[in-house]
Write a protein that binds this ligand. Sequence first.
Ligand SMILES: Nc1ncnc2c1ncn2[C@@H]1O[C@H](COP(=O)(O)OP(=O)(O)O)[C@@H](O)[C@H]1O
Ligand SMILES: [Mg+2]
Length: 260
Amino acid sequence: NLVAGVAHEINNPVGCIIGNVDAVQNSINDLFGLIDLYQEELPQPSPTIAEELKTIDLQYLRDDLPNLIRAMKDGGDRITSISKSLRTFSRADSDQKQTFNLHEGIDSTILILRHRLKANDTRPAIEVVTNYGQIPAINCFPGQLNQVFMNILANAIDALDESNNGRTFAEIKANPNCITIQTSVENERVKIAITDNGKGMNESVKQKIFDHLFTTKAVGKGTGLGLAIARQIVESTHGGKLSCNSVLGEGTEFIIELPV
Ligand SMILES: Nc1ncnc2c1ncn2[C@@H]1O[C@H](COP(=O)(O)OP(=O)(O)O)[C@@H](O)[C@H]1O
Ligand SMILES: [Mg+2]
């Protein structure tokens, strides 16, 4: 399990960075304190020092450094949570089922897809709304179900990106790209509904989406395997049901149902 191994290897160096950032902050405070002391004891700087003070803009340094350090710390924390998500996401699938919190799987998948959800030059960020109900942990193959979440969410992002063609940034902002994930328990089944307000599908596409190798995407972009695999995982492996509702030009909903 390469990914989990790499994620684990990243933890030590990142821990080192996060740990040292605090120490750096303390050292900088000491150094600024020393400068204050110099200025009190020697209020008249020599011309060389006065010149240097102007060049480096001491007051600005003093105001800005804490922000820089906080940003580094946030970056480190983010790497930690991504590495944690990678490990959750790629949880080794033994031949035994395991008890798994589906919300954890969904959250880690969203984190891994974050680079695709972020704002870019042509559109604002895609909003992801999670509407989690009270659902029990279920006995399943976690890595495989994460693969299902990944395939469906990646398709939703593709559909949103395609729906943006020909719309300006402002138009998209007024009617934002959105993915909603809702979970609930109904009739002894956990139900996960993943909805996008992307381009939707017509009836003839909808008939074929679960077929092996069916894709409407450009060569190199689509493989046509994502939903075929997802259906196999949900239905054959887990005894659940994967279904789809879609309206052309309005959006699409995938519903995953799994026995509790
Ligand atoms: N959320 C969605 N909105 C619109 N179309 C979708 C969506 N999800 C899947 N599709 C359609 O189903 C097809 C098959 O999906 P998939 O099996 O994941 O293959 P791929 O993504 O490689 O094309 C896609 O090419 C697309 O036409
Ligand atoms: Mg796909």
